[in-house]
Write a protein that binds this ligand. Sequence first.
Ligand code: LMR
Length: 438
Amino acid sequence: WWKNVEPAPKDPILGVTEAFLADPSPDKVNVGVGAYRDDNGKPVVLDCVREAERRIAGTSFMEYLPMGGSVKMVEETLKLAYGDNSEFIKDKRIAAVQSLSGTGACRLFADFQTRFNPGSQIYIPVPTWSNHHNIWRDAQVPQKTYHYYHPETKGLDFKGLMDDVKNAPEGSFFLLHACAHNPTGVDPTEEQWREISQLFKAKNHFAFFDMAYQGFASGDPARDAKSIRIFLEDGHHIGISQSYAKNMGLYGQRVGCLSVLCENEKQAVTVKSQLQQLARPMYSNPPLHGAQIVSTILGDPELKSLWLKEVKVTFPCFMCAHTFDGESYLIKHVESHVVFDNSTKELESDKQIMADRIIGMRTTLRESLEKLGSPLSWEHVTKQIGMFCYSGLTPEQVDRLTSEYHIYMTRNGRISMAGVTTGNVGYLANAIHEVTKS
Ligand code: LMR
């Protein structure tokens, strides 16, 4: 038995965490996995989550959830993606099931795709989250790629993207990152999304949105759903993967949602029955606790507003007292200062900032590299958004960071900004400078 089994290759992301944990160096820094840390490098449990757990504790319900998961959680989750007053929700046109976080939603969709569109392919951006490749590979969906990132400009390769969308066969499946693209932190502008949507319409392509970071691009979940809302306005039938790993910090609870927008209610009922049928032999039904936490938070206006506050801190800057107006948030303000706020005094200080702490660290990292006299441009560090910075470091430079400085990150040069703190940003900047200066 099993004599022919070879060791599996290390996972490009989770393998980095394994290596970090095995390193005894006191200087070690983990900017590999995309998991939020506070400024002391400690994982954070949101206050809204703690309160929801307190409310749930002692309730006796430990039964199986239905195959499609918690109906209440799914209902609330759909509102975040499709909008509170979505006509599609009202018309019951969305087939949706609770999923094992974003990975589970993508996998369920990939299996659904291959079962009901056998032989179809999926177009995946270059680069993308490494697990996307594994997911569609294991679901036996052939993969094609489309241009996304321009290494020279360190921005979006919009022309390449549009050309690839145009040249793909009519009715192709495309995987799109709804916001805070992983790993690049580069998103299309609203105008570009509109153009992409129009072209998808002309080509009758199917858009599948992976929205793993809703709230992490702008700090505002509603704003981060803009790409999806544009596609909905344009009358697309889309699919969405949603996850609460990052924006509620429920990483290990594995709670998310897969939805597919259908022609009508009848079709939605049919599609949902098939999604459940796919889930049943895989994991039967999804876990309960995370779903209870989410539905408790989103079903209670007070807890929901606490959650929104914890994801986003949208206030006067403590350094310059600038009050930003939402729209100018990333563009004008965060270039220079960390944003803090008085109205979050009731939050514990280590929980005050998620999106904003990351934005502040981008500024500090860039400024530190500039102060060290780096001959390279680090503008993209503050331009990119979300949890990651796609630094432009080569695999060899990353290897040096790890072997000489005990700094752990994925070999594609992605820095998880969530792992950068006031305590390690100087060390990180110095190490990056050392490996890039010659
Ligand atoms: C990441 O990209 O680091 C996260 O999504 C964690 C994971 O599962 O890969």
